[in-house]
Design a protein around this ligand. Sequence first.
Ligand code: PMV
Length: 306
Amino acid sequence: MIRCSAPGKVYLFGEHAVVYGEPAIACAIDKRVFTSVELKDDDSVRVTALNKRLYCDNQEFRYVCAAAKMIKELYNINFGADISIESELPSSQGLGSSAAVTVSTLMALSESLGIGLKDYEIAKLGHKVELYVQGTASQADTLVTSIGGMILITGVEMSKINFLNLPIIIGATGITRSTSDLVQKVAILKNRYPKLVGSIISCIGEVTRHGKSKLIEGDITGIGELMDINQGLLESLKISTLELNNLIYGARRAGAFGAKITGAGGGGSMYAIAQGANIDKVASQITLLGGQAIKAHFSDRGISVD
Ligand code: PMV
């Protein structure tokens, strides 16, 4: 049996503005999705996850099944397999769980079948799987989860920047939402007020450029301040919600250096940075306000064979 894993991710700065060519920074976190593959003598793929065991002709576990289909077709190999998934990430909360499950499945199959795909090849193939399942997908999620670390995204260009190992506290609202609906919502606002919304988007780009410098300097106070500015700008794009704002203000009140949405907004998750005793205070405040608090760290680790 082969077991592989891949990390979730957060957007530190720049989500939504990145759709209009501004830079964004995303980073892997130390919460992972684990995929185990056991090859079988038949030609069916069965997936066990969330206490269910289903064949791949079902509509569930679409990312895992699409990854298996892609490997079968691309390498012209017919195989049967029992695939089992365990996750430390809540799904549909903007933390990159679908990209993580996709690439860890691709890696586990590649290792089991002796294909030997490397992390960048897995990232590319993972993006194809996400496109197949979702129709549209940014390349950022599958790249970050494949190679780990902090990634600066500018248009189609993506490059690693200096990694800063910081503790973070994620607050998942439990509210699921569609990234494409929220991207569309911003596009409508931008059509209505092209100059005004265009300026907000440029400002977010400027926040990301400052954020990059603060990350390189390791200036936590500065990073927190810029997260708060970024959040104010995202709020003006109307993608924050009462549930997100409650967790964000709660985290700040509990001593966070800064707190903001991570990802598309409209639900999903926020994250905060804090140090020392304030980490637990922020986590307790998030739980008290009805969020799922996840204490994590930024991580330099991408996909791995465990
Ligand atoms: O919530 P997520 O993880 O799907 O992130 C969306 C980030 C956006 O900038 C809003 C969209 C994108 O494709 O970059």
